[in-house]
Write a protein that binds this ligand. Structure first.
Ligand SMILES: C[S@@+](CC[C@H](N)C(=O)[O-])C[C@H]1O[C@@H](n2cnc3c(N)ncnc32)[C@H](O)[C@@H]1O
Ligand code: SF4
Ligand code: SF4
Length: 369
């Protein structure tokens, strides 16, 4: 096994433990933020035609202002803080931002188009304590829609496989590309290198579904059938099945509470596609705001394709009806053997077993929740 791969596995143990703590706190406190995405710069070095989240001119947000935002998110109890953009690697202090997120006890993740990655930068990200990185790759060859292309980024993937001590996920946008089968090639390449792969169904400028073609639906099914770890939220994508068929999906969006989007001006929005709601300064965002948004109904939910907010909402589904939720996930994923043994064991210990109260209390203590 390569040294980086071994190092990645060892660091993954520590990250898994901290993620378990995030989960335990999310179960304990129903309105605390689980994930916050923050924007260190709106600027991007690319211009994907499906994207409304970048410009060509913005300056990086000063380090002190970013540190204050991270501090505020940590004070609100945020478990996972993700740097996005624009292109976050254009920020000159990106490593220090990650270090600060870790210093404040949150899991640190980053979403990038990968263009600026080099062995030296990957080592700096390792040293900063980055927990996981999502690299976006949409097609095999660059075209007018996206230049996040396997042929251009494969060297970056190889460097990541070689040097990264953090977890790597490849995300591909599905919908509106010249050849949807590219997504399958990208997913297989990710898997061959030992990375996770997620698919984001393309959305319009309000986060709403752009219906998929038959061929795109087929690709989504094939990617979903690829092997994934049992204890990974990426594996359970029931929402994507409904949306792929252009059907509404019945769920409760917890944006503004469990998920926060903090723009370059330091304002809290539901998500990248609902900027302006609620649009309040992070410094003045309080527990009352979190509680209000936990309960608020979002009219845009039934056709929303924004995967990260869906996945955060799954924690509350699990919290509110654990046995039913788990069953629905596994029935949906068509697992021939039903619920896998580790999940059945966890269900027995924490939900249905006679010593569940004791087990929950012990786990909560152990994980500091
Ligand atoms: C806005 S980008 C910012 C980070 C970085 N520039 C990148 O491309 O990874 C974050 C993610 O949103 C995805 N994205 C942007 N516009 C989208 C859309 N209309 N539909 C689906 N995903 C989209 C990108 O592909 C990327 O994975
Ligand atoms: S690279 Fe990311 S931020 Fe830049 S245009 Fe593409 S999706 Fe948008
Ligand atoms: S449902 Fe939630 S995540 Fe989706 S667009 Fe609306 S506010 Fe954003």
């Amino acid at each position: 096994m390569r040294f980086a791969s071994l190092r990645r596995r060892i660091r993954a143990l520590d990250r898994r433990l901290r993620e378990a703590r995030v989960l335990a706190r999310a179960f304990r406190y129903p309105w605390q933020p689980v994930v916050a995405q923050i924007i260190p710069t709106r600027r991007c070095n690319l211009s994907c035609t499906y994207c409304n989240e970048y410009d060509r001119v913005s300056e990086p947000i000063p380090l002190d202002a970013m540190r204050r935002r991270i501090d505020r998110l940590a004070d609100l109890g945020t478990g996972i803080i993700t740097l996005s953009g624009g292109e976050p690697l254009l920020h000159p202090d990106v490593a220090e931002l990650i270090r600060h997120i870790r210093r404040r006890g949150a899991v640190a993740t980053l979403i990038t188009n990968g263009y600026l990655l080099s062995p030296a930068l990957i080592e700096r990200l390792n040293a900063s304590g980055l927990d996981s990185l999502q690299i976006s790759i949409d097609n095999v060859l660059p075209d007018e829609v996206s230049k996040k292309s396997l042929t251009l980024l494969d060297q970056k993937l190889r460097w990541l496989a070689w040097y990264a001590a953090f977890d790597v996920t490849v995300n591909a946008v599905l919908g509106g590309m010249r050849d949807p089968e590219d997504v399958l090639i990208i997913a297989r390449r990710a898997r061959d290198l030992g990375f996770q792969c997620t698919v984001g169904i393309i959305h319009d400028d309000r986060g709403q579904l752009q219906p998929l073609t038959e061929q795109e639906q087929g690709v989504l099914r094939q990617v979903a059938a690829l092997e994934r770890p049992v204890l990974s939220f990426d594996r359970y994508n029931r929402f994507q099945d409904a949306l792929a068929r252009a059907e509404p999906y019945n769920w409760r969006c917890r944006a503004g509470s469990r998920y926060l989007y903090v723009c370059e001006d330091g304002l809290v929005h539901y998500c990248s596609q609902q900027r302006g709601s609620p649009g309040l300064p992070l410094g003045q965002y309080t527990a009352d705001d979190l509680r209000r948004e936990q309960a608020s109904i979002k009219a845009c939910a039934p056709y929303c394709t924004i995967g990260c907010v869906h996945r955060v909402a799954m924690i509350d589904e699990l919290r509110e009806a654990p046995a039913e939720t788990l069953e629905s996930w596994f029935v949906h994923s068509g697992s021939a053997s039903g619920m896998p043994l580790p999940v059945r064991a966890l269900l027995g210990v924490f939900v249905t077993g006679p010593t569940r109260t004791l087990a929950r209390r012990a786990a909560g203590r152990l994980l500091g929740a």
